[in-house]
Structure formats: C-alpha cells, structure tokens
Design a binder for this molecule. Structure first.
Ligand code: AMP
Length: 114
C-alpha cells in the first residue's frame, strides 16, 4: 500500500535498520525503542490489523513468531527473557496499520502492561 509507512520500508522507499529479511518477512529496529532491544517483525503482505488476518495467513504469523525467537537469540536476550506482542486497534495503542510483532528485551517488564 502506497501510504503505509511499513510498506515503504519493505519497498526501500524509507530507510530502516533492517535486521532480518526474506521473501515473506522483514524485521527492523523500532525508531522509538521502548527497551534496549526493540525490533518490529512484519509480513511483506499488507495486513492492516490482526482482525484482517485470514485463516490461510496463519502460517505467516507463525513465521513472524519463529523469526522473533531467532532474533531474541541473536540479540542474546533469549535466556533472560523477552516479550512479543501485537497491538490491535486504538485501545491497544496501534499506530501503524500494517501488522507488526514487537520484540522487546534487555530489561525486565511489568505485568499487566499499562
Ligand atoms: P504500534 O503502536 O503497535 O502500532 O507500533 C508502531 C511502532 O512503529 C512504534 O513502536 C513506532 O515507534 C514504530 N515506528 C513507526 N515508524 C517507524 C519507522 N519509520 N521505523 C521504525 N519504526 C517505526
């Protein structure tokens, strides 16, 4: 989608610090990190929110989680721990309408989140 900022990162029209890239998935550092490690893992297919996820895209979301696990290991946060999560729509604080899995680590987090 032309006006989607994450599609523009996928299409290399906007720069980002890309840490993972394959045919289906790309991951890059969050521009406003909320933890020492804060990476966004996104599908190359434009899906606005989790509500729009089709049953046939289940495997794609599974791949996002697999990539988050690999990146957690690469960032050496896998043993201490990390958090992954999707925000869906306004009450969850979603600001970019292209689904993205947040990978956060490098510090302890409270629960429940605010
Ligand atoms: P959310 O609030 O779940 O929609 O998360 C959107 C995230 O995208 C926020 O953490 C932003 O800091 C991040 N973000 C927005 N624009 C960019 C960008 N150009 N490069 C990297 N991260 C971005």
């Amino acid at each position: 989608m032309e006006d989607c900022i994450f599609c523009q990162i996928i299409n290399k029209k906007i720069s980002a610090e890309i840490v993972y890239d394959n045919d289906r998935v790309i991951a890059f550092k969050d521009v406003n990190p909320q933890a020492p490690v804060h990476i966004l893992i996104i599908p190359k297919t434009h899906i606005p929110t989790l509500n729009d996820l089709l049953p046939e895209q289940t495997e794609l979301v599974g791949e996002l989680i697999q990539v988050s696990k690999e990146l957690a290991k690469a960032e050496c946060i896998d043993q201490n721990g990390y958090r992954v999560g999707f925000n869906c729509n306004k009450d969850a604080g979603q600001t970019v309408y292209h689904i993205h899995l947040h990978l956060l680590g490098g510090r302890a987090f409270s629960w429940p989140p605010g």
